[in-house]
Design a protein around this ligand. Structure first.
Ligand code: F3S
Length: 417
């Protein structure tokens, strides 16, 4: 099963750090009955201290001490968001001890040789595996996007499996690395819905509903408009694994492995038909809205990280306006988009209105509102993922709606139904 080079990695000839990483990959291969390992070209690793804990941090530190390093010549390795924005950690109530732990983890990943991207949209920021490339990524939203929209191939695996893959440049061949496991299973159509008017948030609501219905099957959307924006495709990609555990999706006539009916279903009939109607999306929205109050304490965008298009839309809605003094307004994004927002004047408009842009930070389960010392009870968001997780992870209530509605809530201090 192993090549001569892989055997050397496993017997310690390439150092103890490499041996331990290879041991994880081989164990994973046995778990999934994989017959061989394959080379990956791209890895993307979790980077919040919260997701590692002290034990996880020490585990990575030990690997680095034992000589483990990524080889960027063969695998492009980037990092998912971390826990805070270095420019704003005091404002968001982050404690010094937590900052110290996060910085210790940052140093460790730098020594490992990773690229400190700190974003969950790596596919917009240079880590872009091509169609047919194999990858190992942390973060379900990026993983589903890469499989579905880029046509690259990768499974959903744990944090340590991603780290081990980044070091060894290998992953076991199983699951979505095989073409036959990527064919569509459920045909999804809609009835009485005007898809030409669907925003990115509407696509996220659709994805959330479909994910709840089909769990881990692969959906094929039929009848969607011929052109979907990156934000609309991303809306589907991030929300499908929120409602269920969908590993990838296809859009008939649009995504790379769905050029024809024959191709997308692999010559077979769909296992199931799912018709989505207006009442289904209303129900999905109701499930994501947990707050009984209209007052809003925080309006938070950026799970997944805001694109430049989202920042532009928000900027135009905030032009000449002022956020209510009782509300905080935050946009979480990558440092690169924050810099571009600066150059384009978006940041000035947002800050003049009373909001601010946070870079590098996760807006989801490790969300900024976890760190606010007091007063955050109701969060408004355009993210189905934040809306789904925040009540459990941050003990807040949530109001879920499109970008315009969230910005209006920030200005009025109240959510209009
Ligand atoms: Fe990104 Fe954190 Fe949400 S990594 S997708 S902002 S949970």
């Amino acid at each position: 099963m192993l090549t001569d080079e892989e055997k050397k990695m496993l017997d310690g000839s390439c150092g103890e750090g490499m041996r331990r990483a290879m041991e994880i990959i081989v164990t994973l291969a046995k778990t999934y009955d994989a017959e061989k390992l394959i080379n990956i070209s791209s890895a993307h690793l979790g980077a919040t201290f919260k997701s590692h804990g002290l034990e996880g941090l020490e585990w990575v530190e030990n690997l680095v001490e034992q000589g483990a390093r990524c080889d960027l010549e063969s695998v492009f390795v980037t990092l998912n968001p971390r826990s805070f924005d270095i420019d704003h950690w005091r404002e968001i109530g982050f404690e010094e001890e937590a900052v110290a732990n996060q910085e210790r983890l940052d140093r460790c990943y730098r020594r490992l040789g990773t690229i400190p991207l700190y974003s969950c949209v790596p596919y917009l920021l240079g880590n872009v595996p091509k169609r047919g490339d194999h990858f190992s990524w942390s973060g379900s939203s990026g993983q589903v996007f890469s499989n579905s929209v880029l046509g690259a191939m990768g499974n959903r695996e744990g944090v340590w499996a991603n780290v081990a893959a980044a070091i060894t440049g290998r992953t076991p061949e199983y699951g979505l690395h095989f073409k036959e496991n990527r064919v569509g299973q459920v045909l999804v159509t809609t009835e009485d819905l005007d898809l030409s008017k669907f925003s990115a948030v509407d696509y996220a609501t659709l994805g959330y509903f479909v994910g709840r219905e089909i769990n881990d099957q692969i959906p094929v959307f039929s009848g969607l408009p011929k052109y979907l924006t990156m934000e609309q495709l991303r809306g589907l990609a991030y929300s499908l694994p929120v409602g269920g555990a969908v590993p990838m999706f296809h859009v008939l006539g649009l995504t790379p492995e769905a050029r024809t009916w024959e191709e997308v279903f692999g010559g077979k009939e769909p296992q199931r038909d799912l018709v989505v109607r207006p009442r289904d999306l209303i129900m999905a929205q109701e499930l994501l809205n947990t707050s009984k109050r209209d007052e809003v304490d925080l309006v938070c965008f950026g799970c997944p990280h805001c694109t430049l298009g989202e920042l532009r839309e928000a900027t135009s809605l905030l032009e000449g306006k002022r956020v209510s003094e009782n509300v905080r307004l935050w946009f979480c994004t990558s440092r690169w988009f924050k810099d571009l927002a600066d150059r384009l004047g978006y940041r000035k408009t947002i800050e003049r209105a009373g909001g601010f842009i946070l870079a590098d930070i996760c807006a989801g389960p490790s969300a900024p509102f976890n760190y606010l010392k007091k007063g955050i009870k109701v969060v408004a968001t355009n993210s189905a993922k934040t809306a789904f997780y925040a009540p459990g992870t941050s003990k807040v209530d949530v109001l879920f709606g499109d970008t315009k509605k969230c910005i209006e809530a920030a200005i009025r201090g109240k959510w209009e139904n």
